[in-house]
Design a protein around this ligand. Structure first.
Ligand code: NAD
Ligand code: MN
Length: 499
C-alpha cells in the first residue's frame, strides 16, 4: 500500500490535527488527577503539538485499580478464547483503518519519515495484534504423564495486571509487542508510553474500546518515567512489568520489583550490535546496502541498529566507499515528505547525546568519513547527518556505548578470533550479523556470538513469528512469537486423584 498523499496534503492534515491528550482509565479519557500537563514536541520543528496529561502516582492508583477490577470481573480474563480473538481482530482492523491518522501522529511526535510510519510502524503494530488474536484459540495446555490413578493438568493462567513501559523509537509498535500477547492471554494492562511519544498510545485506547475490549482492560497513562513510570513499576498490585527501554532504566525496573512485591520484570534493553563482514562476503553491494540501512533507518534510533561495522581489513576500504556513497540517499529531510528516508532525532536531548558522541569519536582519534554535523537548523528541528567513523578502536566510547543515532563505527579485524573478540567485547548482546560465503564460518560465528539474534548474509530480517530480545545487558525478555505468551502467563499445576 503506497501512500498517494503529497507533502502538501500531509501538511494540511497535520495543521488540522487535534490529538487526544488525556489519560485513558476505565474506558474513558481523563485529565491527570493533578491537572498538570507537559508539552508534546514535534522534533522536526521544535514546536509544541499539544499539552498532554502528566500522570503520576494518583493516576497510577486509579488505573491499576481499574485494571484489577476488570481482571477480577472475568469480562476479559475469562471470556471464551474465540470471543477474545474476535475483539483483538477487530482492534487490528481498526488500527489499519486508522493507518494514515496513526502514522501522522507517530511522525509528528517522533520525527520519523512518514513513509516508514505508514509502511513499517502501523502495519507492524496491526499485524502483531492480529497474530496474537489468532493464537487465542489455538494454543493448548498440557496433561502430564503421571501414574494411572492420578491426573495432572498444567494450565496457563494470565498473570493479572501487566504494567507496560515502552520507549519512543517505535511507539505504537513496541506497545503492541506487549499488548498483543498480554491481552491475548487475558490480562489487564496499564500502558505507559514514553513522555517523548504519547500520542498514538493515547489514541488507540479508544480504538480498543470500540473493538469490544471491556472498559478497564487497557488503560493508558502518559507521563514521565520518574513519576508515572516509577509509580507503576513500584505498585504492589501490578503483577508484571514488561519494559522496553535503556539498560540503565531496565536495571531500575529490577530494583523496583525487589523493593515492592517481587513482580516479574521483563527487561528488553539496548544494544551495540556488530555487523561482521568477512573477506569472502558474497556481494559487497548488498553488504553496503544492509550496513547503511542497519544504521541509518529510523535515524539510527534502533535497539538492534548495526552500529558497529566489524570488517576484514582486505575489504574495508572498498566497503567503506560504497557505504559512504549510499549515505547520500539518507540526507535528512522533512519527515512529512514521502521521499524522506532520514528524519529528525526525537528531541533536543537526543541531538546533544548524538553530537556528543560524534565529538568524542573525533577526540579519541577516529577518522570521520561521512557527515558529522547537525543540519537543517533553520527548521528549528533536530537533524543530524548520516555519519561514519573509520579507525574506531574497540575501547573507544563509540565502540562500546549505544549512541541511538545515525552514527556508524567501523572497526577492522585480521582473523576470525579477533572478529569474535570484538563482537563479544561489549556489555550488550541484542543482535549481530555475519557475512561470509563459508557455511562453517557462519555456523561457528553464529554459535559463539552472544546475542539474541544472529543474521547471516542479511541484517534486520523481521517477522512476528520469531522471538526478538537480548542476552547480557540487552536484557532477557523475548517479544514476538508464541514464546512471548510465557511472559504473561503463570503455570498452574492441578493434581486430581481419580480413586
Ligand atoms: P528509557 O529507558 O529512557 O525509557 C523507556 C521508558 O521508561 C519510557 O517510557 C520512560 O518514560 C520510562 N522511564 C524512564 N525513567 C524511568 C524511571 N526512573 N522509572 C520508571 N520508568 C522510567 O529509554 P528510551 O530512551 O525511551 O528508549 C531507547 C532505549 O530503548 C534504547 O536503549 C533502545 O535500545 C531500547 N530499545 C530496546 C528494544 C528491544 O526490543 N530490546 C526495542 C526498542 C528500544
Ligand atoms: Mn514528541
Amino acid at each position: 500500500m503506497e501512500t498517494t498523499l503529497t507533502l502538501a496534503a500531509w501538511n494540511e492534515r497535520a495543521a488540522a490535527l487535534r490529538p487526544v491528550t488525556q489519560a485513558f482509565i476505565e474506558g474513558r479519557y481523563h485529565p491527570a488527577v493533578s491537572a498538570e500537563t507537559f508539552p508534546c514536541i514535534n522534533p522536526a520543528t521544535g514546536g509544541v503539538l499539544a499539552e498532554i496529561a502528566s500522570c503520576a502516582a494518583p493516576d497510577v492508583d486509579l488505573a491499576v485499580a481499574s485494571a484489577r477490577r476488570a481482571f477480577e470481573s472475568g469480562a476479559w480474563s475469562r471470556m471464551a478464547p474465540a470471543a477474545r480473538k474476535r475483539v483483538l481482530l477487530n482492534f487490528a482492523e481498526l488500527l489499519m483503518e486508522h493507518r494514515e491518522e496513526l502514522a501522522l501522529l507517530e511522525t509528528l511526535d517522533v520525527g520519523k519519515p512518514i513513509a516508514d510510519s505508514l509502511q513499517v510502524d502501523i502495519p507492524g503494530a496491526a499485524r502483531c495484534i492480529q497474530w496474537y488474536a489468532e493464537a487465542c484459540d489455538k494454543v493448548y495446555d498440557e496433561v502430564a504423564p503421571v501414574p494411572d490413578h492420578t491426573l495432572a493438568l498444567v494450565t496457563r493462567e494470565p498473570v493479572g495486571v501487566v504494567g507496560a513501559i515502552v520507549p519512543w523509537n517505535f511507539p505504537l509498535l513496541m506497545a503492541c509487542w506487549k499488548l498483543g500477547p498480554a491481552l491475548a492471554t487475558g490480562n489487564s494492562v496499564v500502558l505507559k508510553p514514553s513522555e517523548k511519544s504519547p500520542l498514538t498510545a493515547i489514541r488507540v485506547a479508544a480504538l480498543a474500546l470500540d473493538a469490544g475490549l471491556p472498559p478497564g482492560v487497557l488503560n493508558v497513562l502518559p507521563g514521565f518515567g520518574h513519576t508515572a513510570g516509577e509509580a507503576l513499576a513500584l505498585h504492589p498490585d501490578v503483577d508484571c512489568v514488561a519494559f522496553t527501554g535503556s539498560t540503565r532504566i531496565g536495571k531500575r525496573m529490577l530494583e523496583y520489583s525487589g523493593r515492592s512485591n517481587m513482580k516479574r520484570v521483563w527487561p528488553e534493553c539496548g544494544g551495540k550490535s556488530p555487523n561482521i563482514v568477512f573477506a569472502d562476503a558474497p556481494d559487497l553491494d548488498r553488504v553496503a546496502e544492509a550496513a547503511a540501512a542497519g544504521i541509518f533507518f529510523n535515524q539510527g534510533e534502533m535497539c538492534s541498529a548495526a552500529s558497529r561495522l566489524v570488517v576484514h581489513e582486505s575489504v574495508r576500504e572498498a566497503l567503506l566507499e560504497k557505504i559512504c556513497a549510499l549515505g547520500a540517499a539518507y540526507r535528512p529531510g522533512d519527515p512529512l515528505d514521502p521521499a524522506t528516508r532520514l528524519g529528525a532525532l526525537v528531541d533536543d536531548q537526543q541531538l546533544r547525546t548524538v553530537t556528543g558522541y560524534i565529538d568524542s569519536a573525533r577526540e579519541e582519534g577516529a577518522r570521520l568519513c561521512l557527515g558529522g554535523d547537525q543540519v537543517r537548523r533553520e527548521s528549528g528541528g533536530y537533524f543530524v547527518e548520516p555519519t561514519v567513523f573509520d579507525g574506531v578502536g574497540p575501547a573507544m566510547r563509540v565502540a562500546q556505548e549505544e549512541i541511538f543515532g545515525p552514527v556508524l563505527s567501523v572497526l577492522s579485524f585480521r582473523d576470525e578470533a579477533e572478529a569474535l573478540a570484538i563482537a563479544n567485547g561489549v556489555m550488550y548482546g541484542l543482535a549481530a550479523a555475519v557475512w561470509t560465503r563459508d557455511l562453517a564460518t557462519a555456523h561457528r560465528m553464529s554459535r559463539r556470538i552472544r546475542a539474541g539474534t544472529v543474521y547471516v548474509n542479511c541484517y534486520d530480517a523481521d517477522d512476528i513469528t520469531v522471538p526478538f530480545g537480548g542476552v547480557k545487558q540487552s536484557g532477557n525478555g523475548r517479544d514476538k512469537s508464541l514464546h512471548a505468551l510465557d511472559k504473561y502467563t503463570e503455570l498452574k499445576t492441578t493434581w486430581m486423584d481419580l480413586r
